[in-house]
Design a protein around this ligand. Sequence first.
Ligand SMILES: Cc1cc2nc3c(=O)[nH]c(=O)nc-3n(C[C@H](O)[C@H](O)[C@H](O)COP(=O)(O)OP(=O)(O)OC[C@H]3O[C@@H](n4cnc5c(N)ncnc54)[C@H](O)[C@@H]3O)c2cc1C
Length: 607
Amino acid sequence: MQTHQYEAIIVGAGGAGLMAALYASKGGAKVAVVSKLYPTRSHTGTAQGGIGAALGNLDEDNPLWHAYDTVKGGDYLADQNAAKVLAYEAVDAVIELEHMGLPFDRTPEGKISQRRFGGHTSNFGEKPVRRACHAADRTGHMILQTLYQQCIKHHVQFFDEYHCVDLIVNDGKVAGIVAIALGTGEIHIFHGKAILFATGGWGRVWSVTSNAHSLTGDGSAVVYRRGIPMQDMEFYQFHPTGIYRMGILITEGVRGEGGILVNRHGERFMEKYAPKIKDLASRDVVSRAIYMEIRNGNGIKGKDYVYLDVRPETVNRYLAEAGETRRIDREYIEKKLPDILDFCRTYLGVDPVSEPMPIQPTAHYAMGGIPTNVNAEVVVDANWTVLPGLYAAGECACVSCHGANRLGTNSLVDLVVFGRRGGKAIAEYVKQADYTPLPDKPSAEIEAELERIRHSNGRTRPAELRKTMQDVMMADVGVFREERGMQSALDCVRELKQRYNTDLSIDDRGFKFNTDLFEAWELGCLLDMAEATAVSALARKESRGGHSREDFRERDDANWLVHSLVYRKTDEPYPQESIELEVNHDKKVDMSLADEDERFVPKVRVY
Ligand SMILES: Cc1cc2nc3c(=O)[nH]c(=O)nc-3n(C[C@H](O)[C@H](O)[C@H](O)COP(=O)(O)OP(=O)(O)OC[C@H]3O[C@@H](n4cnc5c(N)ncnc54)[C@H](O)[C@@H]3O)c2cc1C
């Protein structure tokens, strides 16, 4: 076993982790980044469409309008101070990325190019606005490369392919993390003053997902098992356009460039569901519309998919109908959406320039997660009590700037804005904080759990449990939900947890690159996230944003304009028996605005 000491330990090397590491390091802290993937393989690298910022390069824009859209898109559950911080700080964060060397697409005048995205409007909902800054359809890839280079330049230490498996807490204070070097299986203790989790989402809970295999909710599960609640877990976003059956994402940028959704009758059905903003309505609205079409037998060939059509002739016809002078051609699509064309040609044998793409909603983004304040400090209860030294940012965190439904392009903003705030807060914190001493045998509990899995010889393969979990969560805790289905999904997940704890079986008993072991451990995290999601979803008796109940169809502001906090009712990180969870709804939505402005309408709420 080896022990390392760093003032700041960042777990995760996606956009949020790298931005935090960069700023902690620039602020003078000694920083280590621990990542189970090589940094540039993080999921941020797959983000396609863009990063939202009210630069106003092509249309008049204002950060206040961006904040308004964010709160409205989030069905009013967002903390409005956080949404304002997001929208205002997006502007200089994007310009900062540009100055770091990020190769954004340009307008003919040389400004950063921007495009439309769902839910982004000008003048408080008046009309769509071009706000998404992009580098073709590889925006996240460019962000990740740029930030990684900057971290290297600023002497951040990287521990690549180190898998964090536990948070070390001593006497109620955070002291470090336990990680395993994948190549050797050796245990490494990272002793730190401040720990920031930036481990991304858990889309692998569902069977059709846009998320990479690595998105298994590890960091969230690790802190959750150490007594920290998860916030707003019922709000999970299904992106409307995943490649049929595979879930691979087709960016909303396709609709931003003029692509439209059609059913088997060739009807542009979004005209029925969102007459004003149509195909660019927010994602929850579009995903539900697709499900409704499929239910009504309007799926293509009567099956469970519809078409996304970005053929130049279709787009031009609708542009003309809308009275727009802009026209597009094949070259334009090739230039603006190269990766999307490539995915469809490779995986589907469909060429989107001459054929429509078969798509269905795909599990995409966790609005919920580890509760934090706007400085990325983790809070542990409804009174916003901060746990000193513990931070979280990015998709694993819940600030909550996205409320019940995130707008497209706002996750990349979240990473850079709140990653940067977390990094700055850590740099200040470590100047005055001491190291909490490590307890005796800091890795004893997690070692016992890993040894249990390594030597497991029951009857159940992890892959079998995973598939059952994914299928029931997709069917009953997906786009549409109702009490009976959710209860049966929860019962099923609990039974799977029981089998996971008592009847597991894996093959590889070795130490070097034991991916068998880590996949099984990750499944444990997924099961915890699935259970927390189902329990929170059952508890919220209304429909809002990404949480749509058929037995409570209306949004109920009188009773439910509150966050959910789900706690495990045990101190044991790895109990063998099923444990009780408690959902607490005392945490109020923060309506206070960082910078008061009378015109910020959502404070009064609009219908
Ligand atoms: C296909 C796709 C397209 C998207 N497009 C857009 C877009 O255009 N615009 C937008 O705003 N958002 C988009 N999103 C959402 C956005 O990309 C993600 O929410 C965001 O990138 C998450 O970043 P992150 O830094 O939180 O985590 P990630 O980038 O997911 O990185 C997680 C990191 O944590 C590390 N990690 C995880 N577990 C462990 C562990 N146990 N030990 C050590 N390290 C660990 C991983 O190695 C990785 O480095 C897209 C998402 C997907 C899936």
